[in-house]
Design a protein around this ligand. Structure first.
Ligand SMILES: [Fe+2]
Ligand SMILES: [Fe+2]
Length: 398
């Protein structure tokens, strides 16, 4: 079915330009272009849309106000903001209701791919339960502020690592946590790093960005939610999973880009648990009880209670927030890589095995059938089953 996209901008020329440059996709999308927030809302009363892309700075009703109303009335719609660099402050104001924002001027291809990605992910994870679940949240989880500031900095013309370091350094708690992580065995640094700027230089922007994102989400948990989930234990799990995954990816001599993505994806792989626990604390208590009483995995218990798992919830949000599609897919299938349809040993499979080895005490002398929750058909299909005991031997040494 054709996707329906609504564009809102008060400048006629910009709308005209959009219309012209998006002509190549008119067979894929039904597009409408309107000049004000009011026109957009009027049109939405009459017709349903999948995505709304709004300008930020508009007279009467700005993009932030428009998306806020849209969120309330049509929570399932994907909401994007198109804004200029000078609107930084206003963008910050709007983030609470925008899923993603794009900088103006935005190249047509970038715009098309951002919208396509949001749509295909919606299809891919299109389960009513998931959409109702996220749509029903009182406030839709938005991109964390420090993370957003970093993205803004990276998108700005004079972007540099120093400025990024400065943004992180403003938040003392964040600084301490980033440094603690950087110096942990996970990253295997020889010298102690005590300066954020060095950390940024050493780890690279993508990794730092992810750390900030995950730390901000971890720090959002309410007191009540903290009684259900042990954040420290979970963070440890993510870091250890990352170290194991990195070892496996390097051992298998996978592409450098995959190794980099592996770290990022592992840091974020269980983020869906935090989101579910934060927004549906009581239901998550039931999940926890199910896990304990029936000795099943969180993944299965979540499906029983919510109809979806943390893998889908996490992937869905990260996708809307604009993380690379490889990472989003890796996270979506990290408990069932067979379902990804991939014929190569990719992110979802690497996170899966690392996560299973981290959670299970597996001895290489035993059959891999003793690893609880392992997707054995996946490794059989790729001819990698015999490698698992060898990986475990290596991991035991690190
Ligand atoms: Fe998981
Ligand atoms: Fe996990």
């Amino acid at each position: 079915m054709k996707k329906r996209i609504l564009f809102v901008d008060d400048e006629v020329n910009i709308l005209k330009g959009l219309k012209r440059s998006l002509r190549p996709v008119r067979d894929l999308w039904d597009m409408e272009f309107v000049q004000s927030g009011k026109d957009a809302l009027d049109l939405l009363e009459k017709q349903a849309f999948d995505v709304i892309v709004s300008d930020m700075r508009m007279p009467e009703m700005d993009g932030a106000a428009l998306l806020k109303t849209v969120r309330k009335k049509y929570p399932m719609m994907v909401r994007m903001i198109l804004s200029g660099y000078s609107d930084q402050e206003m963008v910050m104001k709007s983030v609470k209701s925008a899923h993603q924002y794009l900088s103006k001027p935005c190249e047509t291809q970038a715009l098309i791919s951002a919208i396509t990605r949001a749509c295909s992910l919606c299809d891919f994870l299109n389960q009513e339960a998931l959409q109702t679940l996220l749509g029903g949240m009182a406030s839709v989880p938005s991109l964390p502020t420090v993370y957003l500031q970093i993205i803004e900095e990276l998108n700005s013309p004079g972007a540099c690592a120093k400025n990024v370091a400065r943004i992180i350094a403003k938040d003392m708690g964040m600084t301490a946590k980033v440094l603690q992580l950087v110096n942990s065995s996970f990253f295997g640094m020889k010298d102690h790093v005590s300066d954020i700027a060095d950390a940024v230089a050493f780890l690279g922007m993508d990794v730092i960005k992810t750390l900030v994102l995950s730390l901000e989400i971890f720090s959002r948990l309410s007191q009540d939610a903290l009684s259900v989930i042990c954040v420290d234990e979970m963070y440890q799990h993510c870091m250890k999973t990352g170290a194991i995954a990195k070892f496996i990816a390097t051992t298998e001599k996978l592409d450098k880009k995959i190794v980099e993505n592996v770290i990022i994806a592992c840091v974020l792989h269980d983020i869906g648990k935090l989101i579910l626990c934060q927004y549906y604390t009581d239901d998550y208590k039931t999940v926890s009880a199910l896990v304990a009483d029936e000795n099943i995995s969180f993944f299965k218990a979540e499906r029983q209670i919510f109809g979806v798992s943390h893998a889908q919830v996490g992937a869905y949000l990260l996708g809307l927030w604009g993380l690379p599609v490889d990472i989003v897919e890796g996270i979506a299938f990290h408990h069932e890589p067979s379902r990804s349809g991939s014929h190569e040993f990719e992110l979802c499979g690497i996170i899966h095995i690392a996560d299973r080895l981290e959670r299970n005490e597996y001895s290489p002398q035993n059959s891999i059938e003793t690893i609880v929750g392992l997707d054995i058909p996946y490794f059989d299909k790729l001819g990698l089953s015999a490698r698992i005991p060898l990986w475990q031997e290596g991991i035991a040494k690190i």
